[in-house]
Design a binder for this molecule. Structure first.
Ligand code: MG
Ligand code: MG
Length: 623
């Protein structure tokens, strides 16, 4: 069975808040980090009881530093310190302590010297039925590699001495985890996991501030864990995360993310590995997203009218009306916009708490029920509301940021919801279709929540992250993370705002939680679209002449090209000779807007180079 743990240092709060959050997230145990314990005003025995009262076990006490390789008299003192740690462990009620490789200035190297020290410590630990795990710190003075740590443990040859492996220390130093496979599983006493974004910086600083949950960073924690399970290791897997954001974040959210990351990781490990001792939580594979089935706005009647005028100016037609509810559908191409002005239910409460905006996104997936089942296995709550007469039961979940996500599929006929639950009121005039489908959905959130959002998307769906791009807003930096399907049938962009002086930050601050800030529709001919939409009364976001001077110089535009771009307020970007065109609506409400894009084949970006000009233009209208 999979047993999960987390070091108390990984989350914020005092010891009680931490333990409450760890319990609520469903972990089996904790690593008590000494500083958390020392800061707590209570006896070790009370701490042990607090942990057990929550149904958790203390899997490990850590860290014990600078033990091995010391000359006398420091060596004797190190053994005395170890005995005091053992006293605390007995009081706490845990049998395992972590010793990390020494960084003591007086520590002497030598595998045999360290092995002798550990062997003698093993004798002392054995008298108390305690165990000692030895971990190679990536910045240890003499031992900085799990292979050397293992050689020391092997030569110590003591039943009470084992190895602790930590994915950060191995992968962070770019060491291959493959050599772990040769270690006997019963000599690995504990496994600590952490991921991290790839940033070139001092190892110690990187480790203490930037670690994150498996799947949130760029390290191949899955490969590491595959090597670990190949040894026959059947103990707990535990998160040891040092991260500045997490230390300032909500303990419950961080702990829930941690448990989710471990559940998803072990599912990944099991997908294409021979059977191993740790049985992962069973779940269907990641859902593949085929496209956006609908985007639902919550509004009141007056707001809905304004929104409908905007939609009509973009060529949408009111095609369907719900059989039971005040819910209308506006369509064009493959795009469906749902407008919900019901006075009860989720959309209404979303409207009351956040105003007009996207409250629900419907995704077309390969298997809607399997997708909801995977969500459940990852501790993502299902969303339910009463089903009216003649309505389909579409699986739904509570998505990040307080929204709802519905799943439709062809497989179980859920894609028939439009015929089953709606009456057709008009057809989309064919000659009016200039927009074809949803290109991407952009959501804004506080920067602190970005990792949580990306974990939500990448653990549930078959979506991959692209590198984070910084977008310069006149009010500060916005970090933009693209998450997309392998065939790009689905693209999300997450915009993490560090301050509410940015457009994204202002949008986030204006509402509870976070939300869809813009929706981009694809067109096959942006100039045709711009002309058609102008006739329908669409008002584009005005782009200053300076932009076109710069674009003409940068991209070598002809006078005619430049003139037609400027005439329609169309922005342009280029990647390997492939063009990307963007046309923006004016902001609606507190900063929501629509975008229309045309990608020439091969362009896979999002016009990041233009984002600064777009935010500046929005700012002029919002101020
Ligand atoms: Mg560690
Ligand atoms: Mg966009």
């Amino acid at each position: 069975m999979l047993k999960t743990g987390i070091a108390t240092v990984s989350i914020s709060g005092d010891l009680i808040e931490k333990l409450d959050a760890i319990e609520a997230a469903g972990f089996d145990g904790v690593e008590i980090f000494e500083q958390d314990f020392i800061a707590f005003d209570g006896k070790p025995r009370e701490v042990g009881q607090m942990v057990r009262d929550r149904g958790l076990e203390i899997m490990l006490f850590q860290p014990f530093r600078d033990f091995e390789g010391l000359p006398e008299p420091d060596r004797t003192r190190a053994f005395d310190r170890a005995e005091r740690k053992f006293d605390v462990m007995e009081e706490l009620g845990t049998d395992l302590v972590l010793i990390c490789s020494s960084v003591h200035p007086k520590a002497l190297g030598g595998v045999d010297r360290a092995a002798d020290d550990l062997c003698e410590l093993g004798d002392r630990a054995a008298k108390r039925n305690l165990r000692v795990g030895y971990e190679a710190l990536a910045w240890g003075t003499h031992v900085d590699d799990h292979r050397d740590a293992w050689e020391i443990v092997r030569r110590a040859d003591h039943q009470n001495i084992g190895l602790i492996v930590d994915s950060f220390h191995t992968l962070g130093r770019k060491l291959s985890p493959e050599s772990i496979r040769a270690i006997p599983g019963d000599k690995i006493f504990f496994v600590q996991l952490a991921d991290a974004p790839l940033i070139e910086m001092d190892l110690l600083y990187w480790s203490r501030h930037f670690r994150n949950m498996p799947g949130e960073g760029d390290l191949d924690v899955t490969a590491f864990m595959k090597a670990v399970v190949a040894t026959g290791y059947d103990g707990p897997i535990s998160l040891e995360i040092f991260n500045d954001q997490f230390r300032g974040g909500s303990p419950r959210k961080i702990a829930a993310d941690g448990q989710r990351s471990l559940l998803a990781l072990m599912d990944d490990v099991a997908r294409d590995a021979p059977p191993f001792a740790i049985t992962p939580t069973p779940m269907p594979s990641r859902a593949s997203i085929e496209g956006v089935a609908f985007i639902e706005f919550a509004a009141d009647e007056a707001e809905a009218e304004r929104l409908c005028i905007l939609l009509a100016s973009m060529g949408f037609a009111h095609t369907r009306q719900h059989i039971n509810k005040a819910v209308s559908v506006w369509e064009q191409g493959e795009i469906r916009i749902v407008i919900n002005i019901e006075r009860e239910g989720f959309a209404h409460s979303a409207y009351l708490s956040r105003g007009t905006g996207v409250c629900d996104v419907g995704l077309m997936v390969d298997d809607a029920h399997a997708c909801a089942q995977r969500a459940g296995a990852l501790n993502i709550a299902h969303f339910r509301q009463p089903i009216g007469q003649g309505e389909l039961n579409l699986p739904a979940i509570q998505a990040v940021g307080g929204g709802v996500m519905h799943f439709l599929d062809r497989k179980s006929g859920l894609d028939r919801v439009w015929e089953v639950e709606f009456e057709q009121v008009s057809a989309v005039p064919n000659n009016q279709t200039v927009l074809t489908k949803v290109d991407h959905i952009a959501q804004s959130m506080d920067y602190e929540e970005m990792l949580s959002w990306s974990l939500f998307y990448t653990s549930l769906f078959d979506l991959a992250k692209r590198p984070i791009v910084d977008v310069i807003d006149p009010g500060g930096i916005v970090r933009s993370q693209v998450i997309e399907a392998p065939d790009r049938a689905m693209r999300f962009t997450l915009n993490g705002a560090e301050t509410d002086r940015t457009i994204a930050g202002r949008f986030v601050a204006g509402r509870l939680g976070s939300a869809v800030q813009h929706i981009a529709f694809a067109t096959d001919d942006i100039f045709e679209a711009a002309t058609r939409l102008a006739d329908l009364g669409f008002e584009s976001l005005p782009i200053p002449t300076n932009y076109y001077d710069d674009a003409a110089a940068r991209l070598g535009l002809s006078d005619a090209e430049r003139a037609s771009l400027e005439a329609h307020d169309i922005l342009v970007d280029e990647e390997d000779g492939q063009r990307f065109y963007q046309l923006y609506s004016r902001p609606y409400g507190d900063g929501f807007f629509f975008e229309i894009v045309q990608r020439t084949k091969g362009y896979q970006g999002y016009g990041a180079a233009n984002a600064a000009y777009r935010t500046a233009a929005l700012r002029r209208l919002l101020n």
